[in-house]
Design a protein around this ligand. Structure first.
Ligand code: ADP
Length: 447
């Protein structure tokens, strides 16, 4: 058992981990930059250590400072949350070299899935269906053009080191290929220091369906169904739900088993998400995230599990607390991401919160690190809270979301809350009739 863990993150996800640990009787250490000295995660943890100046590169991404914070406080394990160092294989290696435990998968699994070409090859070999595309990296424009003809336009050029929706370009035809290929490469080089790209068939009207998996690291694994995260802006999710409105129980059981078997076969440990595009009844693997996802609470709501406590338990070497048969879906859950951003351009709006009131009542969960008088610093991402609702069915969840959004008060900064009020009025949202392009198209004429 761990006595003390260090949370290498900030904001709502740091709170999420601290809460899980406290319920397990585990002490917590928060780390923070000088800009976050009065942040909620620092107040809520048992201890805190300042690890550097405001820029993430000198604080939340500073591996030596985080290791030193563990040594000073005697923390035995590190939970990375999402973002920052959560998918950094090098960090995991260093953590282990210092005799500490990383609460997550092995460095090797993170490395495999962090390189999207290797990830796709691995998944294909494990029987997971993939998007048709190039076999590995595409080094030259001539090769890219040949593949465009072979796969059939439109195609998408993607960075093998990609993430956060960057380094992706669509080519509708051979003429567009030159520009798309060159831009994708230079964006990939600038963003990830690696200009290797690969090519996939561009699916025109898919939904984004992801499967939550969980492994014990010893060849045991389960799936916790799907989340539909098709409502995206610039490839970033804004509204997520579980179960997916268009996925049948048979489809869930089939793709879920494929995913659970795949991660069991590699002895995967902890939480993971296998992302698919879903079109005309077929699943196409796009990537695997080897960490807790922002949208994990919708899965927790419908299965009644605590994924963070489960991560900690497995990292301690215990077996998982549930089997596949224990995991039965109850109702429907929706999460909306509340960002400090000004609509319609979604420009970041850090600043002082003059009033904050969270909604409550049956089936409502608000994960947020805000408080009255808190000043959102300008250095980090604009996510300030996640509102998660759970109801007996999708319609009940939608009504509950509408009610909860009405109770929420965030004064002092602009937020994305008005977007969700507007979306709830849309017949397509009410019926679940949307794909990955729906929101971008809607935004063109509605905000
Ligand atoms: P990242 O790691 O940068 O988020 P992903 O591979 O997860 O990149 O893709 C992010 C989003 O980009 C997907 O949810 C989807 O909207 C779009 N996308 C990716 N690959 C394809 C494809 N082959 N066809 C159509 N859209 C795609």
């Amino acid at each position: 058992m761990f006595d003390k863990i260090l949370v290498a993150n900030r904001g709502e996800i740091a709170l999420r981990v601290i809460r899980a640990a406290r319920e397990m009787g585990i002490h917590t250490v928060a780390v923070h930059s000088t800009a976050d000295a009065d942040a909620m995660h620092v107040r809520m943890a048992d201890e805190s250590v300042c690890i550097g100046p405001p820029p993430s590169s000198e604080s939340y991404l500073s591996i030596p400072s985080i290791i030193a914070a563990c040594e000073v406080t005697g923390a035995q394990a590190i939970h990375p949350g999402y973002g920052f160092l959560s998918e950094n294989a090098n960090f995991v290696q260093i953590v282990e070299d210092h005799g500490l435990t990383f609460i997550g998968p092995t460095a090797e699994h993170i490395r495999i899935m962090g390189d999207k070409i290797t990830a796709k090859d691995t998944m294909k070999a494990l029987g997971v269906p993939c998007v048709p595309g190039s076999d590995g990296g595409v080094p030259t424009l001539a090769e890219a053009k040949r593949l465009g003809e072979e796969i059939g336009y439109p195609v998408i050029i993607k960075a093998t080191a990609g993430g956060g929706g960057r380094g992706m370009k669509v080519a509708q035809n051979a003429t567009e290929m030159e520009r798309a290929f060159m831009t994708a490469r230079s964006e990939a080089k600038a963003a990830f220091g690696n200009d290797e790209v690969y090519i996939e068939k561009y699916l025109q009207t898919p939904r984004h369906i992801e499967i939550q998996v969980f492994g014990d690291g010893k060849g045991g694994a389960v799936h916790l169904g799907e989340r539909d995260c098709s409502l995206q802006r610039r490839h970033q999710k804004v509204f997520e739900e579980a179960p997916g409105p268009c996925i049948t129980a048979e489809e869930r059981a089939r793709i879920g088993k494929t995913c659970a078997d795949a991660v069991a076969a590699i002895n995967y440990a902890g939480a993971g998400t296998i992302e698919f595009l879903y079109e005309h009844g077929e699943f196409y693997f796009i990537e695997m995230n080897t960490r807790l996802q922002v949208e994990h609470p919708v899965t927790e709501a419908i299965f009644g599990v605590d994924l963070v406590q489960e991560q900690i338990r497995v990292a301690e070497g215990h077996p998982m607390s549930f089997t596949q048969d224990d995991l039965v879906i109850n109702g429907h859950a929706i999460e909306v991401r509340i960002n400090a951003e000004k609509l319609p351009e979604f420009s970041p709006r850090p600043g002082r919160i003059t009033q904050f009131h969270t909604p409550g009542g049956l089936g409502v969960r608000m994960d947020s690190a805000l408080y009255d008088g808190y000043t959102i610093p300008p250095y980090y991402d604009s996510l300030i809270g996640k509102l998660i609702v759970h109801g007996r069915d999708r319609n009940a969840a939608l009504n509950r979301l509408n009610r909860a959004l009405g109770e929420l008060i965030v004064d002092g900064v602009d937020t994305t809350v008005p977007l969700f009020h507007a979306l709830l009025q849309e017949p397509d949202i009410q019926t679940g009739n949307y794909n990955i392009h729906w929101l971008e198209n809607w935004l063109l004429t509605n905000l």
